[in-house]
Design a protein. Structure first.
Length: 83
């Protein structure tokens, strides 16, 4: 499945992944291949992906929104500031 992670300033990541773990507004959830279509608000927390190569990446976010339709995802997020 494919994901784009975008902030107002830049594209953080785009590529094929095997897992997406997000801090959903109702509760955290994980999306794998063939996940049902979804549109969800994201809360403050960690957005984690695992690339097809097995590499794991994490992004600390303040919130945002994610959409998944037919294994194509777009996450529009705002990053948490480094303290």
């Amino acid at each position: 499945m494919y994901i784009e992670i975008v902030t107002p300033e830049a594209m953080l990541f785009s590529g094929e992944v095997i897992l997406v773990d997000v801090p959903g507004a109702e509760s955290p959830f994980v999306m794998l291949k063939n996940h049902a279509p979804i549109l969800s608000l994201l809360e403050k927390g960690t957005l984690r992906i695992i690339e097809e190569s097995g590499r794991e990446r994490s992004f600390e976010i303040r919130g945002g929104i994610i959409e998944n339709i037919q294994n194509k995802m777009v996450a529009l997020v705002e990053l948490r500031k480094q303290e």
